[in-house]
Ligand binder design. Sequence first.
Ligand code: SF4
Ligand code: SF4
Ligand code: SF4
Length: 319
Amino acid sequence: MQIQRRSFIRGVVSLAGASLLSGISGINGSRAEAADRRKLTGWADRSGVLTDLNVCIGCRRCEKACNEENSLPVPDHPFDDLSVLERHRRTNAGAYTVVNRYYLPDWLATPMYRKVQCNHCEEPACASACPVGAIKKSPEGAVIYNEDVCIGCRYCMTACPFYIPAFDWFNARTPAIKKCDMCYSRITRGRLPACVEACPVEALVFGKRKQLIELARDRIADEPHRYSDHIYGEYEAGGTGWLYISGAPFRQLDFPEDLGDKPLPELTKEFLSAVPGVLVIWPALLGGFYMFTRNRNCSQSGPAAGQNGNEVSNASHSK
Ligand code: SF4
Ligand code: SF4
Ligand code: SF4
């Protein structure tokens, strides 16, 4: 109980502090921090991953590798059970990447597969929405999360246009945001992301974003009859580190096509800077109280019920 009470107080105090700052200089913390975040595209050598959907065979080895690399819970369906591909799943706290299968009118003979994970936006809306800077775009290109700084407000979940950040309900005492971090600890040691390394057909290519775009352009130019003339993520939402090419139209694979080319933080910053601190403080207080009471209830009655449902029947809600 002591720990829970301390966590609650720490959360409220942290967010109250952040909110006071935001009252002065906008919701995103100090002016210096805000300016720093606007330099997100300044890292010329940032990396990304190109996913070639014409190559992916839907084997789920990337899912398995991600699960093992991140020590995630054993899934309900083993990774060699491909029946789950039929459902259009979303990522969640227990699965940082999922692969979904699509039978499309013009591609009846060969289903298409779409791998889903954090897209590592060039100017991430999740980072912009976070009032305490718990999410950042790293120079390497990965959008990374610091659990020690996070206050659990979950604004990042609301801000992400791809519905990626997930709240970890598995650990009732210390819930946290969970998502793909581009295997940051691996790439900073010169290794490939685990999913990229595991892909048996090289549907995933890791590299510098600039070079990936050139590679994608070359593939499209070499086989224009097999690819749409579109690199998804080159411009969408201001650009993403995770890029896609495909023969099938992206909208038929549930890619959002209404995001525009502007970074989402650009579109929201005027609104955010006008949000009075009180609108941040009160949700934080209520959220902190909710966390406090939920943790107390959990400690009395066992783990919270699993809320990691990642299946959406409505395709428009799966990225
Ligand atoms: S896809 Fe969502 S979670 Fe990932 S960087 Fe972009 S806004 Fe953030
Ligand atoms: S880059 Fe790493 S964390 Fe992200 S989906 Fe691949 S294996 Fe998972
Ligand atoms: S490992 Fe490669 S081929 Fe298999 S599902 Fe993942 S991206 Fe597709």
